[in-house]
Design a protein. Structure first.
Length: 198
């Protein structure tokens, strides 16, 4: 399996988030998600604000207008357009960095470029998965993308979980599970979650 890294990994995660958001059916934005007490629209708004913070950490401009962890149903007009604008800005900011950048500013503190990009990709891709399963989409997280994100998950999630409580406890996965299921379980999600479980 190819290990997708750096800006390519981030672009692929952004593509996944765009595609999932575009495929939400009419009336689907109010659906419950694996993120406790958040609707699909709130998860999208959270993901948009998080990505905005990753871009702003590099450029120094365009900080999120509200707390990503208090994601109101704020995307009422052109959710897809608002998301696309932020994702283009973030990808553009990362694309201008040197491939061997040892310290990239992020909302989590300075990180080497591969880890910084993987952290941003993890946020985008996993929240895309949340929206996909909440709205009945057959859109599994790409195994190559999940494999690339695994580095960030192993390096960062334990600290974030212990210090800030932003991830649920890790779940066990059956032996022989693929990278996607392993990643989702490590992040505290049930890889087989359905709306009926909410």
């Amino acid at each position: 399996m190819t290990n997708v890294q750096g800006v390519e990994l981030l672009v692929r995660a952004h593509t996944y988030l765009r595609e999932v958001a575009a495929a939400v059916p009419e009336g689907g934005w109010g659906a419950p998600t694996p993120c406790s007490e958040w609707t699909a629209r709130q998860v999208l708004n959270h993901a948009r604000l998080d990505q905005q913070a990753y871009g702003a950490a590099i450029t120094g401009a365009g900080m999120p207008e509200s707390d990503p962890f208090q994601p109101v149903d704020g995307l009422t007009a052109d959710a897809q357009g608002a998301l696309d604008k932020v994702l283009r800005e973030v990808a553009g900011a990362y694309a201008q960095l040197s491939a061997d950048a040892a310290e990239v500013p992020t909302p989590l503190g300075p990180l080497p470029l591969p880890l910084a990009a993987a952290a941003a990709a993890m946020d985008a891709a996993v929240h895309a998965w949340d929206i996909a399963v909440a709205t009945g989409q057959d859109a599994p997280l790409d195994e190559e993308v999940a494999d690339g994100i695994w580095l960030a998950a192993q390096s960062l999630v334990g600290h974030l979980r212990d210090s800030f409580g932003v991830f649920a406890p890790a779940r066990e996965v059956p032996e022989g599970s693929g990278r996607t299921e392993t990643l989702l379980a490590f992040l505290g999600r049930d890889p087989h979650w359905t709306p009926a479980a909410s």
